[in-house]
Design a protein. Sequence first.
Length: 70
Amino acid sequence: MTYHGATPKRSRFKLIGDIIAELKKVTWLTRREAAYLTFLVLVVAVVVGIILGSADLGFYEIVQNFFLGQ
């Protein structure tokens, strides 16, 4: 008994049709929701960048003052 484990070959055009059918089922965001969420991601990224930048600057100052004696 041989077991190949592969599914029977399907047409590539059938696969594309299945993909299009699935994409039609997706609930897409409205333009307003997409704009709001994009803005929210940018704000969070800037805030986290400022926090991490401040922490980095603080650690830099600690290393400069205590470990390197400058």
